[in-house]
Design a protein around this ligand. Structure first.
Ligand SMILES: [Zn+2]
Length: 261
């Protein structure tokens, strides 16, 4: 599998070797550690945004993220008990993408739960995340399951190291509510998608206990977490070049898909 990375700043194809990628225009070096290139140049611990600042916690969380102790627990707290299982959720998202043998992208892939699922039906899949801890775990899981068509990189959702109109299908699960600027991230995701490609997302809406102002305001102010209104998501998507927004809500969790115009 060839790397299709471009400079996230100027979008020139990168040259380099197994330890560094270099932008011939910006003269920026992007280091590669354990096979994972790093496109984030700033120190996230110094970020203005709470979620980005909590990077060392996210790195540590990688160890238990897919264990029964974390993801399924958090998932059911927000979704409620009577929602599809984590496995069913992964299957629904994978089904939505519907781009057999195409090129896929998982934005904020974490430990690669969804990346591995779409990699089973797509030709090649890229996963990007801000957390090296998560990505290294994702690489281990992919290797264990003998999925050799996955490439991972440290990158920001609103500054993707890919050329325009590259991907046939994109997933973004459990992360849209964490981005510092939702519209900016959606616009950037749309930029790298082919026309008519599908974006499949799992995020949270103001339903169940998240409908209480005290709770969603606390999440926003103190944790940088953005709980959405359905109309708000629809409007962001329309403004960033997506159409045919369809969704299902389970508890306070929303699974939606939208098509790149
Ligand atoms: Zn450049």
């Amino acid at each position: 599998m060839e790397n299709s990375y471009v400079c996230p700043t100027c979008r020139m194809p990168l040259t380099g070797n197994s330890v560094t990628l270099v932008c011939p225009r910006c003269r920026i070096n992007y280091p590669i550690n354990n096979g994972i290139p790093d496109f984030i140049l700033e120190d996230l611990a110094e970020s203005e945004h709470q979620v980005l600042r909590s990077i060392s916690f996210i790195d540590k969380l990688a160890k238990i993220y897919e264990s029964p102790m974390w993801y399924p627990v958090v998932y059911h707290i927000y979704g409620g008990l009577f929602i599809p299982s984590v496995k069913e959720e992964v299957e629904m998202i994978t089904e939505m993408v519907d781009a057999e043998n195409g090129l896929g992208l998982d934005v904020a892939c974490g430990t690669g739960l969804f990346t591995r699922s779409i990699a089973r039906k797509m030709r090649n899949v890229y996963g990007i995340d801000i957390s090296r801890g998560m990505l290294e775990k994702a690489a281990k899981y992919a290797e264990k399951e003998e999925l050799h068509n996955i490439r991972l990189a440290c990158a920001l959702a609103d500054k993707l190291p890919f050329q325009d109109e590259l991907f046939d299908g994109v997933v973004c699960c459990g992360a849209l509510h964490l981005f510092p600027n939702t519209k900016q991230a959606l616009a950037e995701i749309g930029r790298v998608m082919k026309r008519n490609a599908i974006l499949a997302v799992m995020t949270f809406v103001k339903r169940r206990f998240l409908k209480f102002r005290m709770i969603h305001e606390h999440l926003r102010k103190d944790h940088g977490v953005h709980v959405f209104e359905v109309d708000e998501l629809n409007s962001y998507l329309a403004q960033t070049g997506f159409k045919n927004f369809t969704y299902n809500i389970y508890g306070s969790m929303i699974l939606f898909q939208a098509e790149r115009s």
